[in-house]
Design a binder for this molecule. Structure first.
Ligand code: HEM
Length: 368
């Protein structure tokens, strides 16, 4: 009997052995993809560290502050430009290093997941930037004002966060647990020493900010070189006192920045350090030797500041793997973890109603 063509599905295809084999093949591929997806998402191994569990860890440590970044939560938006002097052309083919001016938007912040925390002498400061050249490529980078990162791997960062979790009995971290973590992680102990040995600057404007992670620059000839970079302050460095200022101003660092910008633009030199073959690119706890070649590739000028708000830096994810052609990731294991965790933090905060940020700028300057 001829097949019933009135039926929506013509079952005769299943009589064709080849077609059946193909469908089984597709089924296996889809099944394997689903298993791989579940594995990556951590559904098959609940103890595995995943982007979601990392963000949960930040939330456990700091509480949930809807709409705010899960780390570097307290911040302010900035804007300006980058003037390339052309010295970077031999290092990277990125259009950003062609002589000329590129608009930049960014954010200054304090490390930590508490959006209303008081500014203090021990807070690590950060500068995040998005370079926006005319060809539509983008370079996003987040830098901190410490010389090295305290953890070589995402697992160590997470482990330290767990060790520093407030004890339910006291509401404070257990010093014994924190000591045990440092004692069993010599790289962290070494990095903390280096961080402690460097004085902090008095403000955001006289601080220099480091990429900490290594990247790779690729030039037009295809030469690949390991690099790290620093935004080196033009404002003279003034060391900050270790004491908490008694002004009662919880935002004294941000307020000083806004006051400084009222006097005029603030500048930094972008200094690229070129690593040598033996310099580790997969361990942000280790500084490269001081004598490595350093190239000043241009000047960052920040001339605008504004409170976080819809459609400004509040809504940017400064993912360190948003890179233009000519800049590539290194083998540093922190980079892919950062990208994945920032994305999860961004997805959570973007879906939440946010209360106003701690830093409210009297917007006499033009907003970014
Ligand atoms: C596994 C390691 C790390 C994890 C899990 C992590 C986690 C995070 C998270 C969740 C955010 C908030 C993202 C958002 O919601 O937009 C953030 C912000 C930031 N992180 Fe990391 N981080 C790591 C390593 C680093 C390193 C090595 C640096 C080096 C400089 C860094 C610099 C920054 C900066 C500058 C910001 C603020 C960006 C902004 O202002 O939006 N982080 N981090």
């Amino acid at each position: 009997m001829p097949p019933d063509k009135s039926s929506r599905y013509d079952l005769s295809v299943f009589r064709n052995g080849k077609m059946l084999a193909r469908l089984i093949g597709i089924g296996i591929i889809v099944g394997c993809s689903a298993v791989a997806f579940a594995a990556v998402a951590g559904w098959l191994s609940p103890d595995k560290l995943t982007p979601a569990s990392f963000v949960d860890g930040f939330q456990q440590a700091n509480g949930v502050h809807p709409g705010f970044r899960r780390n570097h939560a307290k911040g302010v938006c900035i804007a300006g430009n980058f003037a390339s002097n052309g010295q970077g052309v031999r290092l990277s083919k990125s259009v950003i290093f062609q002589p000329g001016i590129v608009p930049v938007v960014g954010r200054f912040a304090l490390a930590g997941g508490m959006p209303m925390m008081a500014d203090g002498p021990k807070a690590v400061r950060s500068m995040a930037l998005s370079f926006r050249p005319a060809n539509g490529e983008e370079w996003r980078t987040g830098m901190n004002d410490i010389p090295v990162f305290p953890f070589p791997t995402p697992a160590d960062f997470y482990g330290q966060m767990q060790a520093a979790m407030p004890d339910p009995a006291t509401g404070k971290p257990d010093p014994a647990k924190m000591k045990a973590f440092v004692d069993s992680h010599p790289k962290t102990a070494q990095a903390m020493k280096a961080i402690g040995a460097k004085p902090f600057s008095s403000g955001f404007a006289d601080a220099s900010y480091n990429s900490l992670d290594a990247f790779r620059f690729v030039n037009k000839a295809g030469t690949v070189m390991p690099v790290r970079w620093t935004m080196a302050a033009v404002d003279p460095f003034v060391a900050q006192s270790a004491e908490q200022p008694q002004t009662g101003d919880k935002n004294y660092l941000f307020d000083a920045l806004a006051a400084r910008l009222k006097q005029g633009p603030v500048q930094w030199h972008l200094i690229v350090t070129i690593g040598q073959a033996d310099d580790p690119t997969n361990d942000a706890t280790v500084a490269w030797p001081d004598d490595r070649e350093k190239v000043d590739v241009g000047t960052l000028t920040i001339d605008r500041i504004a409170s976080e708000a819809k459609d400004n830096c509040r809504d940017i994810n400064f993912d360190p793997l948003v890179l233009p052609s000519g800049i590539e990731a290194s083998d540093d294991p922190l980079l892919s973890a950062r990208s994945a965790v920032y994305s999860r933090s961004f997805t959570r905060r973007a879906g939440e109603d946010k209360t106003p940020s701690a830093v409210q700028i009297d917007n006499t300057a033009k907003e970014p």
